[in-house]
Design a protein. Structure first.
Length: 247
């Protein structure tokens, strides 16, 4: 397609006009910068960054409240699944009973209607359970996340940190694809372990939770050296005494 001369002229004038507008704007910006640099600074001086790190996955795995909440959630989910399975088994029995009747008979129609009602009830129960447990999980996770971040903020302030970044302490392994993906999505290739507050957060969360009389998960593994712990079990290296305590 050949451009018309009028269009070329219009575009050319537009470019020239843009060029004429840039100069005053650029001059105004330079003038503002010169005024700022020439006199007292109008901006508040920032603080030197001190970056800490936290492995949220590690925190959630070792926070006793999370373990108990997960156990309660799984138990409630299992109970609801049992109720739905019972209804499904009743449907199977009613379907077998339907086979005894001849299509078109009054008994056949009654049994068929009963099965239709049971099927609708089962589907409604499944949908309701799905919505209920999704909402319950989201509310629990939001509450737990807020608890973790509040403690992390207090520890960061106590240690004079200005930023805390999420990292993963999980070593990637070819046998565990999830660990590889977690490592690849880690925003930091290297961080100083001395500035990692993961264990500080876990320690304080569990200390506060225990002091409040919070229940523990039944399947919780006893700490190394405690009665019932596996023979020869040793405390993990990450269980070193925390550097800061809020209580």
């Amino acid at each position: 397609m050949v451009l018309s001369s009028r269009l070329i002229v219009a575009v050319g004038l537009g470019v020239v006009g843009a060029g004429l507008l840039v100069a005053p704007i650029q001059g105004q910006q330079d003038g503002a910068v010169r005024k700022t640099n020439g006199g007292a600074s109008q901006f508040k001086e920032g603080t030197a960054p001190v970056i800490g790190t936290i492995d949220l996955d590690g925190v959630f795995k070792n926070y006793e409240k999370v373990k108990y909440a997960n156990e309660e959630f799984q138990g409630a989910l299992k109970d609801r699944q049992g109720q739905l399975m019972k209804l499904q088994q009743e449907m199977v029995q009613e379907a077998e009973l339907l086979q005894r009747f001849t299509p078109g008979q009054e008994d056949f129609k009654k049994q068929e209607n009963k099965l239709t009602e049971m099927k609708a009830k089962l589907e409604a129960g499944r949908e309701q359970a799905e919505r209920e447990f999704q909402s319950r999980e989201a509310e629990a996770m939001a509450s737990l996340y807020n608890e973790v971040t509040e403690v992390a903020k207090k520890i960061a302030k106590a240690r004079k940190m200005t930023y805390v970044m999420k990292v993963t302490n999980q070593t990637p392994s070819g046998a565990n694809p999830n660990s590889v993906m977690a490592a690849m999505s880690n925003p930091m290739i290297y961080f100083d372990p001395a500035n990692d507050i993961t264990q500080d957060v876990v320690y304080n969360l569990n200390a506060v939770y225990k002091a409040a009389g919070g229940p523990t998960a039944k399947a919780a593994t006893p700490p190394a050296g405690a009665p019932g712990a596996p023979a020869g079990a040793a405390a993990p290296a990450s269980a070193a005494a925390p550097k800061a305590s809020l209580r």
